[in-house]
Design a protein around this ligand. Structure first.
Ligand code: NAP
Length: 327
């Protein structure tokens, strides 16, 4: 394995849990730099994404669902970006110094809230477009989940109309832009006037405030015969009311984790799904991003040492994503 002088250091700074718990359980620690296997790469992490699901994992509920025995200290962080510091002997796609982004859920070798992460090479990619390191760090899981929902689950076609519910959130603001690239007419249901502004800027054909506006009236004006499909990223009574704008024979998709689970009107298909990943899907996401101006919206960036503040910020109104910067 090729190894840079940086990676020769034995330990790294990480935010790790000694036990599952609240934001206060996130503590800076010195931990061993993870070793890589033949099919893995070592990333010198410069930024990590803070996922909407990270508090759930921090509380130990992920390992419970997945039925795995957690190893402590436990390092969170599904998403991240940085520089390749070392490559496993079977990896030919990357070399030291490449700027990459990657996602790996519940990585047993530790997540991205750390100076280094050992990742399956298949989960990593060169950074597309003109994205900053923070933008690349927050992109992968939500970008792939948006794309899986639009193409695989909804089978969205050019010319169709689409609701993006939660259009100013992590998945939503990416889904909106990807759906425009796939040729859809997008009715964006965003949060707050700032959310509506963002959705308009990102190219929504119509954007409304799902916490204040008369969404159904606006939806009727937008598509008098009903809307073809919806990608839903937040649940509740307002969601279910908005979904009555979907036409008979239309379809709805939402990623597992959206609570309460959305309910479909009669005659409308509904499917819960998980975001997928593969080198082909990542290339597809990169190609769509590269095909024109694309914004990954990072609302706030915290230092690694402030990870607990970043977790608290997740539950406050924000647009797009939250990042950690790792020196
Ligand atoms: N299964 C999978 O593969 C997978 C992958 C990624 C994510 N997920 C899950 O999918 C869900 C969404 O993820 P995310 O990253 O997009 O989360 P997020 O950034 O929190 O996005 C949800 C958005 O919905 C907005 N919202 C809530 N109520 C609204 C309303 N009435 N009208 C308009 N907007 C409203 C929220 O805004 P405010 O709160 O500011 O109002 C927020 O911006 C989470 O539960 C996450 O865990 C699952």
């Amino acid at each position: 394995m090729a190894q840079t002088s940086q990676a020769k250091a034995q330990t790294m700074r990480a935010v790790a849990l000694d036990k599952f718990g609240g934001p206060e359980a996130l503590k800076i620690q010195d931990l061993p730099i993870p070793a890589i296997e033949a099919q893995e790469v070592l990333i010198r992490v410069e930024a990590a994404g803070v996922g909407a699901w990270d508090p759930f994992e921090r509380e130990g509920r992920f390992v419970e669902i997945m039925g795995v025995e957690p190893a402590f200290p436990y390092v969170l962080g599904t998403d991240g970006a940085g520089t390749i510091a070392a490559v496993g002997k079977n990896v030919s796609r990357f070399k030291e110094g490449d700027r990459v982004y990657a996602a790996q859920l519940a990585n047993p070798k530790g997540g991205f809230y750390a100076q280094y992460a050992a990742i399956k090479a298949d989960n990593a990619s060169l950074i597309p477009g003109h994205l900053s390191i923070e933008q690349a760090a927050v992109l992968p899981t939500d970008g792939l989940t948006a794309l899986t929902g639009l193409e695989k689950v909804l089978g969205l076609k050019s010319g169709e109309s689409l609701i993006v519910f939660g259009a100013s959130g992590g998945i939503g603001h990416l889904a909106l832009q990807l759906a425009k690239r796939l040729g859809a007419d997008v009715f964006a249901i965003a949060s707050g006037t700032d959310g509506v502004q963002l959705a308009k800027k990102l190219g929504a054909d119509r954007a409304v405030d799902g916490r204040g506006d008369n969404v159904l009236e606006a939806a009727k004006e937008f598509a008098p015969n009903g809307i073809d499909a919806a990608l839903v990223t937040a649940g509740g009574e307002r969601t279910d009311r908005a979904l009555s704008a979907i036409r008979k024979g239309g379809r709805i998709a939402y990623p597992h984790g959206v609570m309460p689970e959305p309910a479909a009107p009669d005659g409308v298909e509904i499917e819960a799904y998980d975001g997928e990943t593969s080198p082909t899907l990542i290339e597809r996401l990169n190609a769509l991003i590269d095909s024109g101006p694309f914004e990954v919206h990072v609302d706030r960036t915290f230092r690694l040492e402030e990870a607990s503040k970043a977790h608290e910020a997740l539950s406050e109104h924000h647009l797009g994503k939250i990042a950690l910067r790792i020196e």
